[in-house]
Design a protein around this ligand. Structure first.
Ligand code: SF4
Length: 280
């Protein structure tokens, strides 16, 4: 492993994940241009991929940042690029933006969604490396981290040519094993709702401690007061789910974007790395 990758693994284990957090000041507003959105409850208008949002300012900042929900753009408040925006802007394209170099715009907009998936994987692998119970798979996780990080530093052509689904298929078993090892400490039988359709489910006060909710559809579910300690929530759809009074201590693979999409209150207990959304 190179010194750079050793440093990466060390920072991962210590929970220092700044490069995996969105840094809009160093991004060319890529999520506001590269991605399409459809008029819905989440977006006030239609926008095609590659078309700059009408609210994107010349300095690549959002002109309605403080009023996104009021203006019908709640979808923007729950998007997380996991640091892919600044990586594409500053590393892949060396700090030259798509306005100054319009000939590179298309390539930049194609790289961004792929980079986002790579950074999302880096985020999950990094979290798994911070789980002491997952030590038996740390070596393989460190190897995966170094490999994915290397891929993020390739050329635009190499990034858009990646088979990200195949990469996910290689990394997911490691994340699953890390999750199983971490949840093994939870006493009793752990519920398995992996991929379950729990849209609108009444799970108020439910004992979901250590449960697998991987990829579960929990849209508008009532999880008020639920015990979600040490539950695996990777990829769970928590849009509009009620987390009021729920206990998410030690919840695995829960992201800020998932929390931002849900509802909660002052009594919801959060993992220390995540913040209480302003709209709760
Ligand atoms: S509304 Fe603001 S945050 Fe949303 S896409 Fe437009 S510029 Fe970006």
């Amino acid at each position: 492993m190179s010194p750079q990758h050793e440093a990466l693994a060390t920072s991962a284990a210590s929970g220092d994940r700044k490069d995996l957090q969105a840094d809009c000041a160093n991004c060319f507003g890529l999520c506001c241009v590269a991605l399409p959105f459809a008029r819905s409850a989440d977006f006030a208008v239609d926008k095609a991929a590659g078309q700059p949002c009408s609210h994107l300012r010349a300095d690549f900042r959002c002109g309605i940042h403080e009023r996104l929900r009021d203006k019908g753009y709640s979808g923007c408040t729950v998007f997380d690029c996991f640091g892919a925006g600044q990586k594409v802007s500053q590393v892949t394209f060396g700090g030259t933006d798509w306005r100054r170099a319009p000939e590179s715009a298309r390539s930049m907009f194609e790289v961004f969604p792929v980079m986002r998936q790579l950074h999302e994987l880096l985020h999950y692998v990094t979290e798994a490396l911070g789980l002491a119970a997952a030590r038996p798979v740390h070596k393989e996780l460190r190897r995966a981290l170094a490999r994915i990080d290397g891929l993020t530093r390739g050329s635009a052509e190499s990034i858009t040519g990646l088979d990200v689904n195949a990469l996910r298929g290689e990394v997911n078993p490691l994340l699953l094993r890390a999750s199983e090892l971490a949840r093994a400490r939870v006493p009793g039988r752990r519920k398995n709702h992996r991929g379950a359709d729990l849209i609108g489910a009444r799970l108020s006060g439910a004992d979901l401690r250590g449960a697998s909710l991987r990829g579960a559809l929990l849209v508008a579910a009532d999880l008020g007061g639920a015990d979600l300690r040490d539950a695996d929530l990777i990829g769970a759809d928590l849009r509009d789910a009620d987390l009021g009074g729920a206990d998410l201590t030690g919840a695995l693979f829960l992201t800020q974007a998932q929390l931002d999409a849900a509802r909660g209150d002052a009594t919801t207990v959060l993992p220390p790395a995540l913040s209480r959304p302003a709209h709760w």
